[in-house]
Design a protein around this ligand. Structure first.
Ligand code: FES
Ligand code: FES
Length: 165
């Protein structure tokens, strides 16, 4: 069998520059979980259907199971670990807990990163905008009502924080 030459990647992951030599056929989700130990990114379907593996690439929510190694080169990638401040929670995470939007938690990292991307471009989304944003993230536990409420609560928390600065 012909050995594939490692592909050199330089990316920014959670604010730190990462240099890797990887097989170009490897998926971003595997590089994050196996090579970088960032296991907060979950694998559900592995086919781009469930959104459990959502990460932010240059601020946009993307299914990490569908991204191959070369596509991460030169990009800025944020996983749930990168969103979470040391020793506390991000306001979106607080809102999810307060609204009871976390049950088994498997969808939560992806859901929260999708919410972060939405709230970065729309600081006060209505219910419809939230539902549209999370339409690619499946949750088998909550029935979505609490997730929508959590994202709207997160918007209020972020606005209050802005106001107090
Ligand atoms: S694991 Fe990537 S979309 Fe389901
Ligand atoms: S909380 Fe279990 S899948 Fe969403």
């Amino acid at each position: 069998m012909v050995e594939m030459k490692p592909f050199k990647i330089i990316s920014k992951v959670n604010g730190s520059t990462v240099e890797l030599g990887v097989n170009p056929g490897r998926r971003l989700i595997d590089i994050l979980r196996e090579d970088l130990g960032l296991t907060g990114t979950k694998e559900g379907c592995g086919e781009g259907e469930c959104g459990a593996c959502t990460v932010l690439i240059n601020g946009r929510p993307v299914n990490a199971c569908l991204v191959l190694a070369p596509e991460m080169n030169g990009k800025e990638i944020i996983t749930i670990e990168g969103l979470t401040p040391e020793d506390e929670l991000h306001p979106i995470q607080e809102a999810f807990l307060e609204a009871g939007a976390v049950q088994c938690g498997f969808c939560t990292p992806g859901m929260i990163l999708t919410a972060k991307a939405l709230l970065d471009k729309n600081s006060d989304p209505d219910e419809k905008a939230v539902k549209t944003a999370i339409s690619g993230n499946l949750c088998r536990c909550t029935g979505y009502v609490k997730i929508v409420a959590a994202i709207r609560l997160a918007a209020a928390k972020l606005a209050a924080r802005e106001g107090s600065i």
